[in-house]
Design a protein around this ligand. Structure first.
Ligand code: B12
Ligand code: SF4
Length: 513
């Protein structure tokens, strides 16, 4: 069977279609991908004539995907299947006649069973993990198969499916790698809690899985033998999850790979020893999720189970060992106040965060935060109203909405330039300043990315004109400004450039954890 994965060009390559493609190809089928915008997308689809079209769906971009799928269904004949977090939690969308099936939870086994069944001309409606419209106003929702326990047995993700279709990802010297699945924490705003408990009813011992260090290293060596690679971005939600794993990784990585990398750490698991190991292994940038300075918001609302002291300790050790410190923060919490959010700015200032990343909280489907916002009477009415852009506006009915949205734009600037705090406080309620602040936020975020690029260059020992910070910053800002100005006219070249320029923007890492 011929499978085609269709996706928007996102700020970084996606592993979902790569792992699906590994399973699809190992089972003897074919898989390709198309990334939008692509002026030749329709002719590519016509030439390839896929039997099955796959989509990965996140809340916020779901409507656009449903629309494109509907359009394609009116032109071509294929079986359409969607997977990923949005449809896992909102499978009802399969009632739309153009969506033939949705996959709940992990998809490797389900997609292979589907292809084999369709090829044999049999009825796929009994396949585990898949959900169908029953034609009578209800759903056929099959049970999920057990979680994949041995991640090494899945093989390496098939990168060619993505890199052959989108050269921006292939040519980038920075590649994403994941070493685990699952998370033991219970954070109310994160999909893990709902995925583990509501979808799988799993214990942490089944849910939290790690690849062997040898398998990860072999994958990175394999990538390096085929594609440009000088920096590894580990996607793991908690890189310091298991100390014995970290010890082995830190011992082998510098000898067997020797590339600089970045990672996310969980403050309540972090010891200074972890930072020493990471530093020795080549970590140049580590992010810690602060979320909120308020103990009530962080632990009662967000359920991070993390003391303020654990945040400041982890941050202090990262700085002490000369690693760039990033923080992840969320403003506009249900039950929180503007003062709580200003305290979060102050906590970041106290910790001297180099790369402060901030979003405005969104209660995604089936996450516990929805129940919390519903109990407070400020829940999101419709997921369809979710912004598809990175969280820059509030979707829940919090007080001081305007001020929180303005503070979000000020956030990275204030953390790096605390003297501006009194000025910022005077502007928070201003409506006229909203747009200029957004512009300042975007420019400053570009500057943070420039600083980050500088670290990557230094870690590689690179020198020369293209490593000059001011030049890097100016070139990217001018290019983006130019693309914005002329993109209204449309055109192939501009679309391509716009897609390229998304690479490395602040959203790449901003929402994670
Ligand atoms: C890396 C990452 C990104 C990257 C890459 C996104 C991507 N599409 O891969 C970037 C930075 C671009 C990104 C952006 C966003 N992200 Co993000 N991201 C992640 C992260 C950390 C890892 C994803 C990953 O690679 N997992 C590993 C792969 C192997 O798993 P997977 O993609 O889930 O695929 C498996 C299954 O879901 C399923 N599957 C997936 N697709 C399909 C398709 C078919 C046909 C089938 C059968 C099965 C199937 O099978 C796969 C293998 O088992 C996750 C959190 C996490 N730990 O998973 C958040 C996460 C997916 N992101 C999330 C969000 C909210 C976003 C944004 C909306 C943020 C924003 N507001 O801008 C955007 C949306 C972008 C988009 N349109 O896809 C949420 C999604 C919640 C939801 N209800 O939708 C998550 C779960 C984070 C969270 N804490 O809740 N993200
Ligand atoms: S927010 Fe981070 S620590 Fe919390 S459950 Fe999600 S991945 Fe785990």
């Amino acid at each position: 069977m011929r499978v085609l994965h269709i996706s928007r060009t996102l700020p970084q390559e996606m592993l979902g279609p790569m792992v699906l493609s590994r399973a699809v190809k190992d089972a003897g089928h074919e898989m390709k991908a198309v990334f939008l915008p692509d002026p030749r997308w329709l002719s590519k689809i016509r030439e390839y004539a896929p039997d099955v079209v796959t989509w990965s769906v996140m809340t916020g971009s779901h409507q656009a995907i449903f629309d494109v799928n509907r359009f394609l269904k009116s032109k071509f004949d294929f079986f359409s299947i969607m997977g990923g977090p949005h449809v896992t939690f909102v499978p009802d969308c399969v009632r739309q006649p153009e969506i033939d099936a949705v996959c709940i939870g992990e998809g490797e086994g389900a997609i292979v069973d589907l292809l084999n069944t369709l090829e044999a001309g049999e009825d796929p409606r009994g396949i585990a993990n898949l959900c169908f419209d029953d034609g009578e106003g209800g759903l056929i929702r099959n049970p999920v198969r057990p979680l994949v326990q041995d991640l090494d047995a899945l093989g390496f993700p098939d990168r060619s499916v993505v890199y052959d279709a989108q050269s921006l990802y292939r040519n980038s010297p920075r590649k994403v790698v994941v070493t685990q699945r699952g998370c033991p924490m219970q954070c109310s705003f994160c999909f893990h809690n709902a995925w583990k408990n509501k979808i799988y009813g799993a214990r942490n011992s089944q849910y939290v899985r790690k690849r062997s260090v040898g398998h990860v290293i072999a994958e990175v060596q394999d990538i390096r033998s085929k594609y440009p690679l000088s920096f590894v971005h580990f996607l793991d939600d908690i890189f310091n999850l298991r100390e014995s794993w970290l010890e082995e990784f830190a011992e082998r990585w510098p000898r067997e790979v020797g590339l600089p990398f970045d990672a996310i750490l969980m403050a309540n698991m972090t010891r200074e020893r972890h930072i020493e190991l990471l530093k020795d292994a080549g970590c140049v940038y580590a992010r810690v999720a602060f979320e909120s300075a308020s103990d009530y918001i962080r632990n009662t609302i967000y359920k991070k189970n993390t003391e303020r002291r654990q945040l400041t300790d982890a941050a202090g050790w990262i700085k002490k060992h000369g690693i760039r410190l990033g923080s992840l923060n969320m403003l506009g919490a249900p039950g929180g106040t503007l003062q709580d959010d200003l305290d979060t700015v102050r906590l970041n200032i106290e910790c001297k965060v180099d790369h402060p990343l901030c979003s405005i909280v969104q209660p995604y489907p089936e996450c516990e935060l929805n129940e919390i916002t519903a109990n407070l009477g400020i829940a999101v009415a419709e997921y369809d109203a979710f912004p598809s852009q990175f969280n820059r506006e509030t979707t829940i009915g919090v007080e001081d909405r305007r001020a929180i949205e303005n503070l979000h734009k000020w956030f990275p600037i204030l953390v790096r330039h605390p003297k501006l705090l009194p000025l910022a406080e005077r502007t928070l309620h201003s409506r006229i300043l909203a747009k200029p602040l957004l512009l300042a936020y975007m420019l400053f975020s570009e500057w943070l990315v420039t600083e980050q690029n500088g670290i990557y260059h230094r870690a590689q020992g690179r020198k020369g004109l293209r490593t000059w910070a001011l030049l890097d910053f100016t070139t990217r800002v001018l290019e983006k400004g130019f693309v914005r100005a002329v993109s209204k006219i449309g055109g192939t070249v501009v679309s391509r450039m716009a897609a390229r320029l998304q690479m490395g923007d602040e959203r790449v890492v901003a929402h994670m954890d």
